[in-house]
Design a protein around this ligand. Structure first.
Ligand code: ATP
Ligand code: MG
Length: 356
């Protein structure tokens, strides 16, 4: 069974190290959700895996085709975020998707292996359609999971570190790989998803997911005052009006962030306990008000983000460095994708280009 193929027995695992493919849409600066959902894993794994990080501008066009300038502007910003969190361009190839035409070719081939009903069933796409389009849904958008399968397989990736919203995409990709290999012979590597410890960070507005395009994100590049202001205006327990009532910790994003980022576990437990209990002191003031919980969170976040901001500012000073890194990474990505494309064409017996 193709689905049970392990990475180590897959046909393209000729290089010594296994490969990672992951990426981001250049729709804005990266945020805390990316950090816990995917970036932390990438930084840890880059030493062990041959890593390709796709700056998915073609995918971002599916809901930004009317404003392509957004992508152009954000490619550099996203790469600055990569460098700032510690991704090493020697170890990771930063690849711009639109510069790899092999991905578009693969997408066309894969579209035949997926039914319309199947793409319409994708729960992440369904949610995003509601958020973004209503009834006028571009075909390109509905089909982006197929194009994402092409992203993953174009580099022969074994492992895909992503957030929880990407689970349906990994599933779709694995189905396509299985179908392709059954039809045309064992060619593509069967990828596995890898999910962060906190694989879906909620937004500051309490929505299920922090997203760049949703206006509810704390960016890695936000300055101290902005982080503090965003935290202070965060959604908490809507039933806790004065801070004296017992509050709810579960599903309260301020506590979710404390859990995700506060290294002082003891203090987090103490805060939770006080919050749940409620009550007032002898002066009639709340024992633990929302403001205090938020102030401590803002401090934790600012402390964590400070070295990231400093590194980001250092890399940003050099105008040409980031584009040099992108050009180099994209070249490496192109070489890898060309190898995979040759294998695919010959498996599908459409390798006429090499007919003598
Ligand atoms: P957009 O709103 O433009 O879709 P986004 O914030 O969803 O942007 P993407 O570029 O779509 O970011 O996602 C890049 C990666 O980050 C994916 O692996 C995704 O699962 C992960 N990710 C995004 N948001 C979160 C989140 N809130 N929590 C955990 N992981 C996340
Ligand atoms: Mg997204």
């Amino acid at each position: 069974m193709n689905e049970t193929l392990t990475a180590s027995t897959s046909p393209q695992s000729t290089s010594l190290r296994k490969r990672i493919l992951t990426g981001d849409r250049p729709t804005g600066q990266l945020h805390l959700g990316h950090y816990v959902g995917s970036l932390r894993n990438r930084v840890a794994l880059q030493h062990e895996y041959e890593t390709y990080i796709l700056i998915a501008d073609v995918q971002a066009l599916t809901d930004n085709f009317e404003r392509p300038e957004i992508l152009r502007r954000n490619i550099r910003q996203v790469v600055l975020d990569y460098l700032a969190v510690g991704l090493d361009p020697q170890k990771c190839a930063f690849v711009v998707q639109s510069l790899i035409p092999e991905i578009a070719e693969l997408t066309i081939f894969y579209l035949n292996l997926v039914t319309l009903a199947r793409v319409e069933r994708n729960p992440t796409v369904k949610t995003e359609i509601q958020q973004k389009f209503g009834n006028e849904v571009p075909l390109g958008f509905v089909c982006y999971p197929v194009s994402q399968a092409a992203d993953i397989t174009a580099f022969g990736a074994h492992l895909v570190p992503v957030g929880d919203d990407q689970k349906p995409m990994i599933e779709q990709c694995r189905e396509i790989v299985g179908r392709f290999n059954r039809l045309y012979g064992e060619t593509l590597v069967m990828p596995e998803g890898m999910y962060g410890e906190i694989s879906r960070l909620p937004g500051t507005d309490g929505q299920a997911k922090m997203g760049k395009s949703l206006g509810n994100a704390i960016s890695l590049a936000d300055d101290e005052a902005t982080v503090t202001q965003k935290v202070m205006s965060m959604f908490t327990d809507p039933n806790r009006l004065t801070g004296k009532e017992p509050g709810t910790v579960e599903g309260n994003p301020v506590f979710t962030y404390h859990d995700a980022f506060n290294p002082n576990r003891e203090r987090v437990e103490e805060l939770k306990e006080l919050y749940r209990r409620g009550g007032e002191n002898e002066k009639g003031k709340p024992l633990l008000g929302d403001v205090q919980v938020k102030r401590e969170l803002a401090n934790v976040l600012n402390e964590m983000l400070e070295p990231i901001r400093t590194r980001r500012a250092e890399f940003a000073r050099d105008e040409t460095y980031v584009w040099d890194v992108i050009r180099d990474g994209t070249q490496r990505g192109k070489e890898r994708a060309a190898e995979v494309m040759d294998d695919v064409r010959s498996a599908m017996k459409i390798d006429y280009g090499s007919v003598e």
